[in-house]
Design a protein around this ligand. Structure first.
Ligand code: FES
Length: 177
């Protein structure tokens, strides 16, 4: 399951929420794959962007996702104590709390940003979380930021490219120092 493979959320033209899902490679991304392999049916609304750790989710990525047309952003990381980089998920938790406050100040409703700990074995949880988030966003309706994008697929590709560029730059700086 990734941004290239997932079909558009609203093939019939009716409005359906668009979710950008930032999933940690080691746990939630693998769980999403497991859900796919196990043929667990869940709403096709999420476009997944894989990162090496939930701690790599820069707050700017979340704001960019909303600015590019997402109605909701889901972050999936390893359970506390299971992060491959020791404390990446705790770092994400602190950022999440700050982001919640920031989004509230911007008038963006709380259910539009969600953080979940989902291990590699929890394909069922991926299904439950995506279905639940989709239902909540449906009841909230479109985010309705002034910028509306018809080309959702290309917006997610652009967002993914921006994130990959930043990751590459950071890796180069780390390598050089
Ligand atoms: S490696 Fe999964 S959250 Fe850090």
């Amino acid at each position: 399951m990734n941004s290239e493979k997932t079909s558009p959320p609203a093939p019939d033209g009716a409005w359906s929420p668009r979710i950008v899902a930032f999933f940690c490679n080691w746990c939630t991304y693998t769980a999403a794959d497991l859900a796919g392999v196990s043929r667990l049916k869940y709403a096709p609304n999420a476009r997944v962007i894989r990162l090496m750790c939930s701690g790599r989710v820069d707050p700017q990525f979340v704001l960019d996702a909303f600015a590019r047309g997402a109605d909701g952003v889901l972050i999936g990381g390893c359970h506390p104590g299971d992060c491959h980089y020791a404390e990446g998920n705790f770092k994400m938790l602190r950022r999440f709390q700050l982001l919640k406050r920031l989004l509230r100040d911007m008038g963006i409703e709380e259910p539009r940003l969600r953080l979940e700990w989902i291990s590699a074995a929890e394909g069922e949880k991926v299904k439950a979380v995506i279905n639940d988030m989709t239902a909540r966003l449906k009841s909230l309706g479109p985010l309705g930021l002034p910028r509306q994008f018809a080309e959702w697929d290309s917006e997610v590709v652009k967002l993914t490219e921006t994130i990959q560029e930043q990751e590459t730059k950071e890796a180069e700086v780390t390598h050089a120092s």
